[in-house]
Ligand binder design. Structure first.
Ligand code: VGL
Ligand code: ZN
Length: 244
């Protein structure tokens, strides 16, 4: 090869290399930088159990449960760290009424770890009911936490099972990522959202539950006691725009 041709080839290679490294177009890059500036990298959004069985038509429906999905999808744009939790039970799960003959759904029983509500079978592993609702944008989530998959113990919180000791792994993931503030949304306000928020506070995160992006399932006085617990333990129950 002639010397001149060699230099030409080298120049071509270099141009190619730089072109590829820039990855995407100039305007995309600017957009991305701009949107990251508006986000707080110490914040995480935890989207609790937005699954078919907790929406109208499911086996444990939250009234109008699907109505919060567009709000949750919009909120996701404000966060760099998004977690989905997914209730994920074997069909022989100890909390299901079908596995507790003589017990009605929404009654309670004593378990070694405390009182347990008896639920209609829901979110059975691999069924349509356990899928995320089709309208939920799941593409932005960097982590999916499944919970409740051990037959003998239920798990409401995204952080711990109902013994409040068995970790799901979420605490470590958030702490390793430098998360300081946790925003909780989803279903249901009075169970899985509440337990997730209370554990979040206990673990030292500043914790917010976003009013317009959660709804309750309502069992007895469950909503009332949720509101009391939020107040007593310092969970901020707020509209997103009010956040500090
Ligand atoms: C839930 C009851 C049983 C919830 C999950 O997602 O709030 N509630 N399993
Ligand atoms: Zn469940």
């Amino acid at each position: 090869m002639e010397r001149r041709d060699f230099f030409k080839l080298a120049l071509l290679n270099l141009t190619f290399l730089f072109y590829n490294r820039s990855g995407f177009s100039h305007s995309d890059k600017k957009e991305e930088r701009k949107s990251n500036l508006n986000k707080n990298n110490g914040d995480a959004l935890i989207i609790v159990d937005v699954q078919n069985d907790f929406c109208p038509g499911g086996s444990l429906p939250v009234k109008n449960g699907d109505s919060i999905i567009p709000i949750i999808n919009k909120l996701q744009n404000k966060f760099n760290f998004v977690v989905l939790t997914q209730d994920w039970h074997p069909s022989n799960h100890s909390s299901f009424s079908i596995n507790n003959p003589g017990k009605d759904p929404f009654s309670t029983k004593d378990m070694p770890y405390g009182k347990q509500v008896i639920w209609p079978a829901h979110c059975v592993i691999g069924t349509k009911g356990s899928d995320f609702h089709k309208d939920l944008n799941t593409n932005k989530a960097n982590l999916i936490i499944r919970k409740g998959f051990r037959q003998e113990i239920d798990s409401y919180s995204g952080f711990f099972e109902n013994d409040r000791q068995t970790h799901t792994g979420l605490e470590g993931a958030l702490k390793n990522a430098g998360i300081k503030r946790v925003f909780v949304v989803g279903l249901a306000l009075d169970f899985c959202v509440q337990y997730t928020a209370l554990d979040s506070i206990r673990l030292g995160f500043e914790t917010f539950v976003i009013k317009e992006a959660t709804l309750p399932v309502n069992v007895g006085s469950s909503v009332e006691s949720t509101m009391k617990n939020f107040k007593n333990f310092g969970v901020n129950f707020i509209n997103f725009e009010e956040k500090v």
